[in-house]
Ligand binder design. Structure first.
Ligand code: ADP
Length: 390
């Protein structure tokens, strides 16, 4: 920083200026000319001046929104006025009388600048700069706090929606468990002269169904807790050798009532010689359930839904779940896999935009890929790959 000789730079004058300069050699001559002109002006009317290197005070450059150097800023009396650019001296000559007049008026009325000291004298550029730095720091802090507040509000809203979703989604499997248990209880509680008509196979099937649904409940609660904590946590997988074909049939059978309630037609096309896969069964059940659930939800009544599997390479199989619903616009084919993204068109339908994001996390955790094919009104085909058990 460079200052004018003390006889010219008067920290108590009611006209206070900041001169912003840079250290480029090409700027030296320009600075010399400006200082020389200021010296001339200062001999007739004293003012306070501080020369500031922009490299040292980027915060002030930002504060005054300076876009060029040199720049001369009148910080007192208010309002702020900035002169900048190669013709700064010409601008200064045009403006000077006005600045001087404003400073004299302020001096007469005894008005105190916002940066005035407690003793009533006008603040020097040094104290103004200290004040500005403080204001800058505070506004940075306010900006950060506002961002934090917004993030917290979003988190809170999301948690509220999750609770609403849980209350809604837990009901289906819970009802299924209750029905299975009540049926068993009723059959077992019948008097011995009127024995239960449940065959051992039906009893086993009811128990299996209740257990599967209870597991689904458990998984939904775990996912909700995980989603509430944020999607950054790593998924814990318990992979094992599994027949993907059986799993697909199980999930389709679990959702049969839902398809029936919309009179939708579901087909399954799985080759007999499909190899076993190496996956976490509950996680993959979740992926298939989510995709089938979406297919059912977004496809109109009497729609067609198809599950098929291909043995794509020696290492991978590909599961596809297709429907003839409204399809996905090209520009949204990747976005739908983002957390909390929903198509505007579907906002009236139940949902929170987390299903596909979760599917993607699960599939990726299995080193697979998930994507959607959709063209025009032909519906959507969601595909994902899984590793073959070697
Ligand atoms: P949700 O269904 O809860 O909104 P998802 O993450 O499962 O959340 O899906 C994100 C969005 O993708 C949905 O809101 C919907 O707009 C669209 N979508 C998903 N599956 C289908 C489908 N089979 N057909 C049409 N649109 C779909």
């Amino acid at each position: 920083m460079e200052a004018l000789p003390s006889s010219l730079s008067n920290p108590t004058s009611s006209l206070q200026l900041l001169l912003f300069v840079d250290k480029r050699p090409s700027s030296t001559e320009k600075l010399r000319q400006i200082l020389s002109r200021l010296r001339e002006l200062g001999s007739a009317f004293q003012f306070g001046l501080q020369v500031i290197d922009v490299g040292e005070r980027p915060d002030l450059v930002e504060h005054f929104k300076l876009v060029a150097t040199p720049a001369l800023v009148k910080i007192h009396p208010e309002p702020l006025h900035t002169l900048a650019g190669s013709d700064l001296i010409a601008q200064l000559n045009r403006t000077w009388t006005q600045w001087q007049q404003a400073a004299e008026d302020k001096g007469k009325t005894g008005a105190i600048a916002p940066t005035a000291n407690t003793n009533g004298s006008v603040a020097s550029p040094d104290s103004s700069i200290a004040h500005l730095s403080e204001v800058n720091q505070l506004s940075d802090e306010i900006f950060r706090l506002n961002q934090d507040k917004q993030a917290l509000q979003e988190q809170l809203q999301f948690k509220e929606r999750l609770i609403a979703m849980l209350a809604h989604d837990l009901r289906n499997p819970l009802t299924a468990v209750s029905i299975a248990l009540e049926t068993l209880e009723f059959a077992l509680g019948r008097p011995s002269d009127r024995p239960s008509r449940l065959t051992p196979e039906t009893t086993a099937q009811l128990l299996r169904h209740a257990r599967t649904q209870a597991k689904a409940l458990d998984r939904m609660i775990t996912d909700a807790l995980q989603a509430a904590r944020g999607s950054t946590g790593k998924l814990q997988l318990q992979p094992q050798k599994l027949s993907i074909s059986s799993l697909c049939h199980e999930v389709v059978s679990d959702l049969q009532n839902r398809f029936a309630s919309k009179s939708q037609h579901i087909t399954i096309d799985i080759p007999n010689d499909l190899p076993m896969v190496y996956v976490d069964p509950e996680r993959i059940r979740q992926v298939i359930t989510n995709l089938l659930d979406n297919a059912c939800k977004y496809t109109p009544d009497q729609g067609m839904i198809a599950v098929s599997i291909l043995h794509r390479t020696t290492q991978k199989i590909q599961v596809s779940i297709c429907d003839n619903g409204p399809g996905i616009p090209d520009e949204d084919k990747e976005l739908i896999f983002e957390d909390r993204f929903r198509l505007e068109r579907d906002e009236a339908k139940d949902g929170y935009g987390i299903g596909l994001a979760l599917c993607q996390r699960i599939v990726r955790a299995h080193f697979g890929r998930i994507w959607v094919d959709s063209s025009g009104q032909q519906g959507s085909c969601f595909h994902f790959t899984l590793p073959v058990y070697q």
